[in-house]
Design a protein around this ligand. Structure first.
Ligand code: KG4
Ligand code: ZN
Length: 436
């Protein structure tokens, strides 16, 4: 099944084309042949403001989607010159089962003010009417190509920034109408979990090198630690699409804490990689012990549950900085290192605690923060010493991408949990939960 993956939940616009095969009841049989995998980051734009503004993210997704679609189709070999046609009519399959009106209704939030959705071109423009010039740009592009050999579209439905999510969702619905193929609404966090299957990727040369150690096979229940800009969760993976959240942050996500502490240290957005770089430079000077005169608190480490809290840690860093006479580069590096040590210790402590309780042998680490080298090292050491299987995707696959969305979409499709695959009546859901 060839799937076009679309991801626009935050500050990366990403598209992928993946040929997915196999059965979810037999993990070994799953295989994902990557035809194309592209990410266009908005970081340079958001850097100027020190964080992500949803309205700017939405605008940038709108500008990036059609150019990216051309690139992935080209890379997948689906835009061969001999196939290119110039035609005033969209190459649209009218004999499809898609519930078009439902799609339009959900887009307009019940307020269809165009009054004329007769032709498919008009429908596409109408679906994308809130996205500046995107509808027009898409119609013009679609007029120049044949329908590619794509069977379905997987799009991130949530969690994320709703204005940003809507761009990808409306784009997916428009393509669905144009090509007569279904859309699989996909959970972004499920994408981060499914990235653990990176040893099932074929053609990893496409910028997504395999990093799963010793390519072990996943066994259930698995335990996933998801750490990103918006989430910090410990998830019991009982089987594909069967999740139970056993612990989560009560306030800030760990990526958010990295980003906020980075701001206190005058480092650019996103802060995670910047803090990590500084901490690494400090570790070269003092490999084993932190040279900072204070130890930041290890939040929630003594709590009986599996929840996290990072806002107290953030405040401790802030108070410490406020009391300083000067914040020079050496001091910044010492703070970054002590902060990173604290985060690693807390994440490891809670994950170990759950693992002991549930006895999971497969450990998954996913989400943007899992690109962090110290976190990766800590998990590698722990799992090696305890004979556990570690699934941690390459840094490239840890941060947001559309490959994971195509993979998660396939798994969701195969689970049979989608009631009506041809139903386009779904909305962006900023706080979508993994247990839903
Ligand atoms: O999963 P992701 O790409 O986007 C969300 O879904 O949120 O995660 C982004 C987060 C940001 O907070 C960023 O600072 C953090 O991941 N991050 C890191 C590193 N690389 C990215 N945090 C710590 N160390 C890193 N190397
Ligand atoms: Zn993410």
């Amino acid at each position: 099944m060839i799937i076009l993956g679309i991801e626009t939940s935050c500050d990366e616009t990403a598209l992928s084309i993946v040929n997915a095969k196999g059965e979810i009841g037999d993990t070994k049989s799953l295989a994902f042949e990557v035809y194309a995998d592209e990410v266009m980051s908005q970081i340079a734009i958001h850097k100027q403001y020190g964080g992500v503004f949803p309205i700017i993210a939405k605008r940038e997704h709108g500008l990036a989607l059609v150019p990216l679609l051309k690139v992935v189709l080209q890379k997948a070999g689906m835009l061969k010159d001999k196939d290119r046609i110039l035609n005033n009519d969209l190459r649209i399959k009218k004999e499809n089962n898609i519930n078009t009106n439902a799609g339009l209704d959900s887009h307009f939030h019940g307020n269809d003010n165009t009054g004329k959705n007769d032709t498919l071109e008009e429908k596409i423009r109408a679906i994308l009417s809130r996205e500046n010039n995107l509808g027009e740009e898409l119609v013009v592009f679609l007029q120049t190509i044949k329908k590619p050999k794509i069977d379905a579209i997987a799009v991130t439905r949530g969690p994320g920034l709703e204005p940003a999510l809507w761009v990808g969702i409306s784009f997916a619905k428009a393509l669905s109408l144009a090509w007569g193929i279904p859309v699989i609404p996909t959970n972004h966090m499920e994408g981060h979990i499914v990235s653990a299957l990176s040893n099932h990727l074929k053609m990893p040369v496409l910028n997504a090198p395999v990093a799963t150690k010793n390519a072990p096979e996943m066994s259930f229940p698995a335990l996933a630690l998801l750490v990103s800009g918006g989430h910090t969760e410990l998830v019991l993976v009982k089987g594909w699409t069967d999740y139970e959240i056993v612990g989560k942050t009560l306030d800030d996500a760990v990526g958010e804490a990295f980003d906020k502490v980075a701001r206190m240290l005058d480092l650019p957005y996103p802060g995670g990689p910047e803090i990590s770089k500084l901490a690494e430079s400090e570790r070269k000077i003092s490999p084993t012990v932190s040279r900072l005169e204070v130890k930041f608190p290890r939040p929630m480490i003594h709590s009986k549950d599996f929840n996290f809290s990072f806002s107290g840690l953030k405040t401790s860093v802030l108070y410490f900085i406020k009391k300083l006479e000067k914040l020079d580069d050496e001091m910044k590096a010492k703070i970054a290192r002590e902060f990173e040590d604290t985060v690693v210790e807390v994440l490891m402590y809670k994950t170990k605690k759950v693992q002991e309780e549930v006895g999971a042998e497969s450990i998954i680490v996913g989400g943007g923060v899992s690109a962090n080298k110290e976190i990766r090292k800590a998990f590698e050491n722990w799992t090696e010493e305890n004979n556990l299987k570690l699934f941690i995707p390459s840094a490239k696959l840890s941060t947001d991408n559309a490959l994971m969305i195509a993979m998660a979409g396939y798994i969701r499709y195969k689970s049979g949990k989608i009631e009506n695959i041809n139903d386009l009546d779904f909305r962006a859901q900023g706080n979508l939960n993994l247990e839903e």
